[in-house]
Ligand binder design. Structure first.
Ligand code: ZN
Length: 382
């Protein structure tokens, strides 16, 4: 709060993100990480819940729908899910899903109790199970999304949460491969006051990993409820401060399944890509203690220097690091077809990533206001 106050004293004449807007960010992040959104994935209607929320915010802000059919662009892909209750007992101890273990996202269904043999200090296997049953001991549990399933049963167990050596496992897992899961990208735009022949594009994925079993879900507060909240705050900002050129907001689905939403968007030529002056993709925006990373910063030096110039002048984030190309978020397909793009993520803070600990309450939003200011100033000077 103090920081926001001082910020307003120094930059009082221009728009600053107020305490109210960080409250709005918190509200968005809470909604997107709620039980109803169930990890914004493939069971319990989680992704749809998130999509409807984003769409209602875009409607309330009076933005224009981007697609001929409205705010949504539908596409589908196959995804492996674990919709029902899971049971994993190791050495007789019932383990908690997400906290004690995570299944391999490609796992098929599996039921039975088997003896396990030690393969190495971190790996235990069953010789007599009907398909490979393998337990890996891990220091950290990390989940992901699989677009296929296999006749395997691999389980990562948090080392220290079970007794060693492991001698037996009782497992009951039901998997369901959804062959044509219907997903949707969301797009909106605000007209430019000077021209619509050129545009700035902001992007953030709103999907996450969904659930694992009938009660455990991955909230994805930092990844990427945080980025969505910045995008929705940008929508509010540009509604109040109409931009000179057309400004587009893209909320992608299928990112965690392999950048599938953005791939579909680019392959279907859903915008006139030639007209994009710059694209900024935001993913993992919830921290910032150690500054920000700019993917493609090493490629677009002029724009990277501009970011630094603004930052030095206004004393915003601690450091702006740069990287080259990386296929690690939705900017990738745009970069590949020659659209100038940055992918910005914040550095420092909690290390929860793709696990059940990436929760709203622990997200510090440490440098949220500064990063927001840096982005809007940058776009204003492009
Ligand atoms: Zn992400």
């Amino acid at each position: 709060m103090l920081r926001i106050f001082l910020f307003s004293v120094f930059f009082g004449s221009t728009f600053v993100l107020s305490a109210q807007d960080t409250l709005y960010a918190r509200k968005v992040i809470r909604k997107l990480t709620s039980k109803e959104a169930f990890g914004r994935g493939y069971t319990k209607g989680g992704l749809d819940h998130a999509a409807r929320f984003i769409c209602s915010e875009l409607t309330a802000a009076n933005t224009n729908p981007l697609f001929p059919t409205g705010y949504y662009q539908y596409f589908d892909f196959s995804v492996n899910t674990f919709p029902s209750k899971m049971k994993v007992k190791v050495n007789g101890k019932l383990l908690k899903p997400g906290m004690d273990y995570i299944v391999n996202p490609e796992n098929g269904s599996f039921k039975g109790k088997y003896q396990l043999n030690r393969k190495d200090s971190l790996t235990y296997v069953s010789e007599n199970a009907p398909c490979p049953l393998i337990i890996h001991l891990k220091k950290k549990l990390t989940f992901s999304v699989a677009t296929q399933s296999a006749a395997i049963c691999m389980i990562d167990v948090l080392r220290g949460n079970v007794s060693e050596p492991i001698t037996s496992a009782e497992v009951h897992i039901k998997s369901k491969l959804l062959k044509n899961f219907s997903s949707r990208n969301i797009g909106a735009f605000i007209n430019g006051t000077r021209s619509n022949d050129s545009m700035v594009v902001f992007a953030a994925h709103y999907d996450h990993l969904g659930g694992m079993g009938n009660r455990t879900y991955f909230p994805g507060a930092n990844d990427n409820a945080s980025g969505v909240s910045v995008l929705l705050n940008l929508v509010k900002y540009y509604e109040k401060n109409p931009p000179g050129i057309k400004t587009v907001f893209l909320f992608f689905a299928g990112e965690e399944a392999g950048l599938l939403g953005s791939k579909f968007f680019v392959e279907n030529k859903s915008l006139d890509f030639e007209k994009i002056k710059f694209l900024i993709n935001l993913d993992l925006l919830g921290t910032g203690e150690e500054g920000i990373m700019v993917v493609n910063g090493a490629i677009h030096s002029k724009e990277y220097d501009l970011l630094n110039k603004i930052n030095e002048k206004k004393k915003l984030v601690k450091e702006i690091k740069k990287r080259g190309k990386a296929r690690n978020s939705d900017h990738y397909w745009f970069s590949e077809i020659g659209v100038p793009a940055f992918f910005i993520y914040t550095l420092g803070g909690p290390s929860a990533y793709h696990d059940v600990h990436d929760v709203a309450d622990k997200l510090p939003l440490s440098d949220y206001v500064d990063v927001f200011k840096l982005i809007t100033e940058f776009v204003g000077h492009l």
